[in-house]
Design a binder for this molecule. Structure first.
Ligand code: GLP
Length: 262
């Protein structure tokens, strides 16, 4: 099962995960990060940016974004190319050519997934994959029904996801219908997973992912198959978990030698 850590705030989550990333980079300066978009990972990026301002060097770190919209202009402010550049590459001082985002341009889209998988393998795989979670239980853009063996490919977005993401666009009609996303199989190959979730709106999806049955209907439940998965949640997002006392006890009693703990 995943390790669950309940934190008091988004800032506390950001600090905790930034600390884990700093430790990873200390042992592997060219570590490969799996980068999530959306609001959820922002506290991690902000905490890392502060560490960079204080002298942390992340210029050797490589990155692979989870997903991208299909058919969106690369320079659209809400393309994940733009978001990753704005929220991650620049503030963290990463080397732009070392950070990859799936290619959602229509020309060549049939082979874009395969090319992305090849690039991840050539980089030696992802060391730490950051994940948010959709209210419908998606990770990346793996919507309900996604195969646990799926690799990077085009997925049609659900209406719920498009409604959720409409806040980034002028209207829901402007939200692209298709995405290209790392598959659940891609995500499960990462050496470590860190899924973050904040707010009551995520409570149902978190409970289903962590404690529900393993089912493609809740794509995030795939994290139960991963031997090094950590879920970092605030009290609201944790509110529907039934084993909260156990998670708190396990974290309080964490062995110092435990490599799974953040
Ligand atoms: N493709 C992204 C996901 O990777 C993200 O996890 C999810 C949740 O977004 P937020 O963190 O803004 O709630 O939204 C989008 O659909």
């Amino acid at each position: 099962m995943a390790e669950v850590i309940v934190v008091s705030s988004r800032q506390a989550a950001g600090a905790l995960v930034a600390e884990a990333i700093e430790r990873l980079v200390a042992t592997k300066p060219d570590a490969v990060l799996g980068l999530a978009t959306g609001d959820t990972p922002l506290p991690v990026y902000r905490a890392l940016a502060e560490r960079v301002q204080a002298g942390l060097d992340l210029s050797g770190v490589r990155g692979f974004a989870l997903d991208e919209y299909v058919g969106i202009a690369l320079d659209h402010p809400e393309s994940y190319h733009s978001v990753i550049d704005r929220e991650v590459v620049r503030p963290l001082g990463l080397t732009p050519s070392a950070v990859h985002v799936p290619d959602g341009r229509p020309l060549g889209i049939e082979t874009a997934g395969e090319r992305y998988e090849t690039a991840i393998v050539a980089a030696g795989g992802i060391d730490l994959q950051l994940l948010g979670i959709g209210t419908d239980g998606h990770i990346g853009f793996n919507e309900p029904g996604s195969s646990f063996a799926s690799l990077t490919r085009v997925k049609t977005l659900t209406r719920q996801t498009r409604d959720d993401n409409a806040r980034f666009f002028d209207s829901v009609d402007d939200v692209p219908v298709h995405s290209i996303t790392q598959g659940l199989g891609t995500i499960l190959r990462a050496k470590r997973l860190v899924l973050l979730a904040f707010g009551a709106g995520k409570a149902h999806a978190v409970a289903a992912a962590v404690e529900g049955p393993l089912t493609a209907s809740v794509p995030a439940s795939a994290i139960q198959l991963h031997p090094r998965a950590t879920v970092v949640v605030d009290e609201e997002a944790a509110s529907m978990l039934t084993e909260l006392d156990y998670y708190r006890e396990a974290f309080a009693q964490k062995p110092v030698w435990d490599p799974v703990v953040l």
